[in-house]
Ligand binder design. Structure first.
Ligand code: ACO
Length: 238
């Protein structure tokens, strides 16, 4: 078996305008969907395409060569923008304490350094950002159902599979389902933010699980408008 390439010393930072070409190349290598030029242009400015809302970006780079070897992009989403129905049933829900969620758009690490903890560290930093945001109760994402490596990765990192959504991705004319995964933050897991469970709905974590699953149908609609199918296929994942 070939020896593993030594993991270089890493440093972490936000995306910068000069990252545009490497960021685009890595997304095209890793993911089966093709993002628009506007998506990259906004992302390196830490903005969401279209809305110009803040985008959380973290890149891992080789501290010696400054080559980008991993990245994560995520958006803090106001639960209210997920659709009126998100918290509607929880009339007494303390929305000010758990009103937002961190949605991971993309996460990846360089092929030659995989299974060395780069993605784990990026995800950890992303979760820390979510925890630092007032009212953020969960980190969540979609993963195409055939992406076994990513599924294993998220499950290893304590994410829970909430549900499957059919026909979520359309790639090269074919429909693909996705899984919704979420990590509920300690505030919610600890049960210190609770629903009025007079009607038996339970605590906020279990409520968010169902609410997020429903919201999943709504939130990414805006996100999906900024991608278009990869032409000619590819080995990337989503
Ligand atoms: N098969 C099985 N389990 C895997 C695999 C694999 N090929 N790759 C990672 N894992 C899981 C295992 O639990 C592994 O632990 P182990 O090596 O002890 O068995 C663990 O993840 C490794 O964690 P990291 O080293 O932190 O992860 P890595 O840097 O390898 O990155 C990732 C994992 C992000 C899935 C990487 O394979 C990748 O970049 N893939 C292409 C892009 C992608 O699919 N991104 C996720 C799409 S979903 C989204 O972006 C919201």
């Amino acid at each position: 078996m070939a020896a593993l390439e030594p993991l270089p010393p890493l440093q972490f930072r936000s995306m910068r305008v000069e990252d545009l070409e490497p960021i685009k190349a890595l997304h095209e290598e890793w993911f089966p969907v093709r993002y628009s030029a506007a998506f990259y242009d906004a992302a390196v400015r830490e903005r969401m395409v279209g809305t110009r809302e803040p985008l959380h970006t973290i890149v891992a780079e080789d501290a010696r060569t400054l080559e980008i070897v991993g990245l994560v992009t995520a958006q803090l989403t106001d639960a209210a923008t997920c659709g009126d129905e998100l918290f509607e049933p929880a009339r007494d829900f303390r929305a000010e304490e758990c009103s937002r969620v961190m949605y991971v758009l993309t996460l990846g690490s360089a092929t030659r350094y995989r299974r060395r903890g780069i993605a784990k560290e990026l995800l950890r930093r992303c979760v820390l950002r979510a925890e630092a945001e007032a009212g953020c109760g969960a980190v969540y994402l979609h993963v195409i159902t055939y992406n076994d490596a990513a599924i294993e990765f998220y499950e290893r990192n304590d994410f829970s599979r909430l549900r499957e959504i059919a026909d979520y991705y359309r790639i090269d004319g074919a429909s693909h389902a996705c899984y919704v995964y979420a990590l509920f933050l300690s505030r919610a897991r600890a049960g210190d933010v609770r629903l009025d469970d007079d009607d038996g709905r339970g605590d906020v974590a279990s409520y968010l699980a169902s609410a997020l699953a429903r919201a999943a149908l709504l939130v990414p609609a805006a996100w999906r408008t900024c991608i278009r199918p990869r032409r000619g296929g590819g080995a990337g994942r989503a």
